[in-house]
Design a protein around this ligand. Sequence first.
Ligand code: 2DT
Ligand code: MG
Length: 218
Amino acid sequence: SAIDKEKRGALVVVEGLDRAGKSSQCELLYKSLLGMNYKAKYIRFPDRSTPIGKQIDSYLRGDSQLDDHSIHLLFSANRWEVAQSIQKDIADGITVIVDRYSYSGAVYSAAKGNPNLSLHWAWQPEVGLPRPDLCLFLSLSPEEAAKRGGYGVERYETDSMQKRVRDLFLSLLDLPHNDEICVIDAGQSVDEVAQDILEPVLECMKNVDSIGPLKRLG
Ligand code: 2DT
Ligand code: MG
């Protein structure tokens, strides 16, 4: 209908630990939305294809060393370089599904234990970025995670790092201004998780008009 045509898209972020199933679920969600004739896009961070993304990729693979603050700001810059195109897509009625976002950004850097890099410091470069209408946090117990095969070889893919990341993610969920976060039990079957994700996403897409224009992270 004409009304649907004027509706903006929703900004939907999927977050969680490594091996929680984020990428598979983003792919399924994307296909479901297209199958229902919605306009949708699927993007991920880090976007390793840009010049900044290539520096991030090299760092994650261990091919280069960077100061903790410096790499942190590159991850943030990697989001800022597409912030305007996200806003444009949303205005054009496209629902944008994002695989990792500012929450991963703040949490992974703060989990390194650098005494000069607090969670508070790590959040600041994210302030002003497009604010997700909905953030689905795929929650997986350490026991479930352990059953899912080994980690890869990239930086951060260690038990001790993942444990600190998990604790910091959970502390983010408690913040009062993060009411867009919805916790999903990622320990269920692929289909069950997909169903638990689709419901709040459709609800969010239906309600974007009452949410108003896309907000910014504060
Ligand atoms: P993938 O395995 O999803 O490609 O992530 N990371 C990610 C950060 O440290 N900061 C960020 O801002 C983002 C988006 C999480 C590669 C690793 O990069 C980490 C895992
Ligand atoms: Mg990974």
